[in-house]
Design a protein around this ligand. Structure first.
Ligand code: GLN
Length: 310
């Protein structure tokens, strides 16, 4: 079979399994899959469409196309997903990083920038007072709850040289992937990945107080999960999606933990579902945090921030 024949065959398989409105995406996904399996660029494949493809590549590609036609997400087939400019290994034990979650990283990152500005100002004051001890900024500390692939803490520590993180997850398989990602991206020494269930664990990590608690927790109401697209409902880990009967279980818990584990003036930052723009800020207010709501590029409520009061 030629490269073009392979693409045509795969597109037919994909279009058979997918809703009609996704046809254009499927053509693109078929090209991406073939490019990933053959290790050739899409441009190369287009230029050499009439040449014969090897039998091994052909069979591996058509197998991958069948998996995709069975609504397995591309990222699980290739084992990779891009997030915040970095490449992350993903697998069925981890949620696939979403562009929406980049907004959460961006907001936490801005808060951390503000913290380091404050420390620099402190440094300048120390120097001008000619204190004998030089001011050495202490590392900022972040607790990340439900780390999955590790995309949130890894992106944060890559941006903030003085940042250290404790990351917890209930899944040993997810933690293995997160550690490999941290290793590959050169930040393994600054993130302590721990197996812990946030619903029962009272003091994850060794630090008494954190500057930031961040989480993209499970937030889909349990009964809504079967109606999600099959890529999510049938393939992504239920433990990373299921937010209990009203979808708010983890926010209540995170607020409780934040009252104990966050320093006064520290930040609780969470991702929320598109329809939780009232309920989650209300929980923040009830716990004494003044919430700030941010919308994603699609205009949906997506991130809530709150500073722990003194
Ligand atoms: N954003 C994910 C989705 O829409 C859900 C992630 C989560 O529950 N944290 O499927």
């Amino acid at each position: 079979m030629t490269w073009s024949d392979l693409l045509r065959d795969a597109q037919t398989r994909l279009l058979g399994g997918m809703p009609a409105e996704t046809a254009a995406n499927m053509r693109q996904e078929a090209r991406q899959l073939l490019s990933w399996i053959s290790e050739k660029s899409i441009a190369w494949l287009q230029a050499h469409g009439d040449e014969e493809a090897g039998a091994d590549i052909a069979s591996a590609f058509l197998h991958a196309a069948d998996r995709r036609a069975g609504r397995e997400p591309m990222a699980y087939i290739t084992g990779h997903a891009g997030f915040y400019g970095h490449d992350f290994e993903v697998g069925p034990a981890t949620l696939i990083p979403r562009p929406d979650t980049e907004l959460l990283v961006e907001k936490v990152s801005l808060f951390l920038d503000g913290m380091s500005d404050e420390m620099c100002a402190h440094d300048a004051v120390s120097k001008s007072n000619d204190l004998s001890l030089p001011f050495s900024p202490r590392p900022c500390r972040v607790l990340d709850v439900g780390t999955g692939s590790g995309c949130i803490p890894i992106s944060l520590v890559l941006e903030h040289p003085l940042l250290q993180a404790v990351s917890i997850d209930i899944s040993p398989d997810a933690l293995r992937i997160a550690k490999r990602n941290a290793d590959r991206l050169g930040v393994a020494d600054r993130i302590d990945f721990r197996l812990a269930d946030v619903l029962v664990e009272d003091s994850p990590g060794e630090w008494p107080l954190y500057d930031v608690i961040v989480s993209n927790p499970p937030y889909i109401p349990s009964a809504d999960i079967p109606a999600l697209m099959p890529e999510v409902a049938c393939h992504e880990p239920k433990a990373a999606l299921d937010g209990g009967p009203d979808g708010l279980l983890f926010y209540r818990r995170l607020l409780l933990l934040s009252c104990r584990l966050l320093r006064p003036g520290g930040l609780l930052a969470v991702e929320i579902g598109y329809d939780q723009g009232d309920a989650v800020p209300a929980l923040f207010r009830k716990a004494g945090f003044v919430p700030q709501l941010f919308r994603d590029v699609g205009g949906q409520p997506r991130v809530v921030l709150g500073i722990r009061p003194d």
